[in-house]
Design a protein. Structure first.
Length: 297
């Protein structure tokens, strides 16, 4: 029975792979142009399976995005922000999903050998649920890490804007102020902005274009808004110092509102455990008296 189930699962996965492979559409010219101008990724190993994992990972990510495109669900900004590769994500998903599918079947086989009767339908349902959970958990972990890094990026952007304003007040130009502010710290967010500014300078583009592209690739909206403010100052002659100061104040207020919202959420979450603890304490204190009252009758 186990052999039949395993062969059926392998055949089903093969059929699904053929269907998705036939339905895959060729890349557009815009996608090809974006890959040509994309910054170089990390070097991968030269093992024979690396190219296959990379191709399978890209196909899996594109399939996930295609399934929820109406909600603008995209994993590429999260991957770029966390420094993860498609290979790592698909490896975790395949390993987690495979373990979730195989583990209940293995436990069922052990139970059958031990003489314990377990319904096969429940094992199949449990395998499907565990396999789906194993597929979803890596994506949820990636989303959580990306959310935390975006919050850190927002805090760094606020400090970065303040440093740019101070440099502008000292008589420096916009490009010089941006470059000087990006060389202050060795934080990963500041280093990514410094790299984006250096890439834009070497390619002959404006610094706000480099920051805007970095914000679009990582999904940091505040960085795109900062690039828009700098572009207005560079092309329309806007008052750059006042605009950046207002942007820094808006960022700090937004961070303060988020911190207050998280604190209120945590307070609401702690209400139920506190109430249960109080009820348990009252039962612990009142049980002896209540038992004596009942024993007196």
């Amino acid at each position: 029975m186990i052999t039949v189930l395993a062969l059926g699962a392998v055949a089903g996965l093969g059929c699904l792979g053929m269907v998705f492979g036939l339905r895959a559409s060729p890349p557009s010219l815009e996608a090809l142009a974006g890959t040509l101008s994309r910054p170089p990724q990390r070097m991968t190993d030269g093992r024979p399976g690396s190219a296959l994992r990379r191709r399978a990972g890209a196909t899996l990510v594109d399939w996930v995005e295609r399934g929820d495109r109406a909600r603008q669900f995209s994993l590429h900004p999260d991957l770029n922000l966390t420094g993860s590769s498609v290979e790592e994500l698909v490896t975790k998903m395949v390993v987690g999903g495979g373990f979730g599918v195989v583990a209940p079947a293995a436990l069922w086989a052990v139970a059958v050998v031990a003489g314990v009767s377990v319904p096969l339908v429940g094992v199949i349902v449990l395998s499907g649920a565990a396999g789906l959970t194993g597929l979803v958990l890596p994506v949820a972990g990636l989303r959580r890490r990306a959310r935390d890094r975006r919050q850190h990026f927002r805090a760094v952007i606020g400090t970065f804007v303040d440093l740019v304003v101070l440099s502008l007040a000292g008589g420096m130009g916009v490009e010089g102020a941006l470059s000087a502010a990006s060389q202050i710290s060795s934080d990963w967010a500041v280093s990514s902005m410094a790299k984006a500014l250096a890439t834009a300078r070497d390619s002959g583009r404006s610094p706000w274009a480099g920051l805007g592209r970095l914000g679009a690739e990582t999904g940091v909206v505040e960085l795109v808004e900062l690039a828009t403010t700098l572009q207005l100052a560079g092309t329309e002659g806007a008052r750059i110092r006042q605009s950046l100061s207002a942007r820094a104040v808006a960022l700090r207020r937004h961070q303060q509102a988020e911190a207050e919202s998280e604190a209120n959420t945590m307070t609401e979450r702690l209400f139920l455990p506190g109430a249960l603890l109080l009820i348990g304490f009252l039962l612990f204190i009142g049980y002896p008296a209540f038992s004596r009252i009942l024993g007196g009758f």
